[in-house]
Write a protein that binds this ligand. Structure first.
Ligand SMILES: Cc1cc2nc3c(=O)[nH]c(=O)nc-3n(C[C@H](O)[C@H](O)[C@H](O)COP(=O)(O)OP(=O)(O)OC[C@H]3O[C@@H](n4cnc5c(N)ncnc54)[C@H](O)[C@@H]3O)c2cc1C
Length: 471
């Protein structure tokens, strides 16, 4: 039986890719060994080669490059500008401004990189719309602009009625737009990065899984297949798999599904809906609805916060069609109220940190072993920054990336199991009830409001921004 693949990955992968997947069958020596062939691992490998062409870099990937989140995400290229309030609260104004500006710049850097290296990944930097898709969300858009404006880094603007139509749905009552965003075919980007890394001389071994490592200055890394890699540094770029491989992170993230649906091509309908651009449209709820189009006239819609995995196990539930297709269909109906034929649904694990922001650093007592994880569903652009951070750390550079606030900070923790899962589902159900009531124009219960606030960092739009904007 053919293995289930998410839509984008199926579209990107060719027979030749399967044939060229080369496992590691013998012991090797290398400089930097990176585990994980997603965006984080491959950007890090590429940036290492750009900095130090003489460094021998090896990537091992347990499956095929891109088979994790990088080949199945929504392809929405978003920035940290909507997390400005959280960034200020956690890291101070200077770092907050640095990270917002860097993430906006990264959108353009990714597009330039793809163009320069002929990565045909449908990269469209057409901006993004954040919308209020019910009356309760109306007041949450303006404060972002106020706070960013106050510090001279605002690129958001309120859209007028005619431009609001570009969101394709009357459910969107209000919207703000930023030009620093866009969309990509995610699997084509990651497979393109694999090609570029290969060309730069990075050795990539697919179907090769990390098992364990020992050692000091020279590390001995053993693969599940029994080969040994001797390396001077090791990097865990394994995203959702980090807690399984390094249990010390088991309380720093929760793995929660993001569920996705894509329609059959319907260019005429998209054109009627004014969806003739590549800008993702995202609403302002905690369990966001987000949608974007593809160049062949499909509409993709994603929704987060459905399945929470017990003890952060990356189970086969994350590698199937979505169990929540009913919820996805309801969202499509809410926005478009017109029949749309779904082609495929799929799902995948997002590694949510307590802050909603990623974290990087070195393992305790192992100065040459690095990690980067916790993108919290916002990793397409942010993993490019992850590559800058990790490549700076590995090459021992003393620069703005190695010294940035996302590196080696104290990490907040979620509760132990089973309290974490019980809590996660209790809060999830409260958020669902609250958002449903708001969609119906009703007032949610105080209890649901209170519980929802406990998970506010899951939203793409910062919930604290209203309070901070007033300060
Ligand atoms: C369904 C979904 C939708 C999303 N939508 C968006 C979006 O629209 N916009 C956005 O910005 N972000 C989105 N994200 C988040 C984004 O996709 C991720 O943050 C990003 O892809 C992380 O890249 P990564 O390289 O760190 O992880 P991954 O791409 O998951 O790569 C990790 C790799 O490590 C490999 N690995 C694991 N264990 C081992 C081992 N033992 N040995 C060797 N290799 C191993 C895995 O096979 C995997 O390929 C979404 C995520 C999901 C799941």
């Amino acid at each position: 039986m053919k293995r289930f693949q998410p839509f984008w990955f199926d579209e990107a992968i060719e027979e030749a890719d399967l044939a060229s997947a080369k496992p590691l069958t013998h012991d090797i020596d290398t400089g930097a060994c990176i585990i994980g062939g997603g965006y984080t691992g491959l950007w890090t490998a590429i940036m290492l080669k750009q900095k130090k062409p003489e460094l021998d870099v090896t990537v091992i990937e347990k499956d095929l490059c891109g088979q994790g989140a990088s080949g199945r995400n929504g392809g929405a290229m978003l920035t940290w500008s909507t997390k400005f309030a959280s960034l200020i609260k956690l890291f101070g104004l200077e770092q907050a401004c640095f990270l917002v500006k860097s993430s906006e710049q990264a959108v353009h850097e990714i597009q330039n990189f793809a163009q320069r290296h002929c990565i045909d990944c449908d990269c469209r930097v057409d901006g993004t719309y954040y919308t209020a898709s019910n009356c309760a969300q109306m007041s949450s858009l303006a404060p972002i602009m106020t706070l960013l404006e106050k510090h001279n880094i605002n690129h958001w603007q309120v859209v007028d009625k005619s431009r609001l139509r570009n969101t394709g749905s009357d459910a969107n009552r209000r919207a703000i737009f930023s030009p620093h965003a866009g969309s990509i075919q995610p699997a084509k980007l990651v497979r393109g990065l694999r090609r570029v890394a290969n060309k730069l001389g990075v050795r990539i071994f697919e179907k090769t899984a990390y098992k364990s490592h020992i050692g000091g200055e020279t590390l001995a890394i053993t693969t599940q297949q029994g080969a040994v890699i001797r390396a001077t540094s090791l990097t865990f770029a394994v995203n959702a798999w980090l807690p399984s491989l390094r249990p010390e992170f088991s309380r720093n993230v929760v793995l929660v599904s993001s569920d996705m649906a894509i329609t059959k091509p319907m260019p005429a309908l998209l054109s009627q809906l004014n969806l003739h651009h590549g800008a993702p449209i995202i609403d302002a709820r905690i369990f966001v609805n987000y949608y974007r189009t593809t160049s062949d006239g499909r509409l993709m819609l994603g929704k987060g916060g459905n399945y929470f995995s017990f003890a952060n196990q990356v189970t086969s539930r994350f590698d199937k069609a979505s169990r929540y297709s009913e919820i996805l269909s309801q969202s499509l109906k809410y926005f478009f109220n017109t029949p749309m034929q779904l082609d495929r649904t799929w799902t995948g694990p997002s590694d949510r940190s307590v802050s909603g922001l990623p974290f990087f650093g070195q393992l305790k007592g192992q100065n040459n072993v690095y990690f980067g994880s916790g993108y919290s569903g916002n990793g397409v652009v942010q993993s490019f920054i992850g590559g800058k951070i990790l490549s700076a750390l590995i090459t021992k550079q003393n620069n703005e990336w190695a010294g940035c606030a996302l590196v080696n900070g104290a990490l907040a923790k979620f509760p132990y199991e089973p309290f974490r899962s019980i809590g996660a589902y209790t809060i999830r159900n409260a958020i669902r009830r609250k958002e449903y009531a708001q969609d119906m124009g009703e007032t949610p219960s105080k209890f649901d409001e209170w519980l929802s606030r406990l998970s506010a960092s899951a939203a793409k739009l910062d919930p604290d921004i209203e309070r901070l904007a007033k300060m």
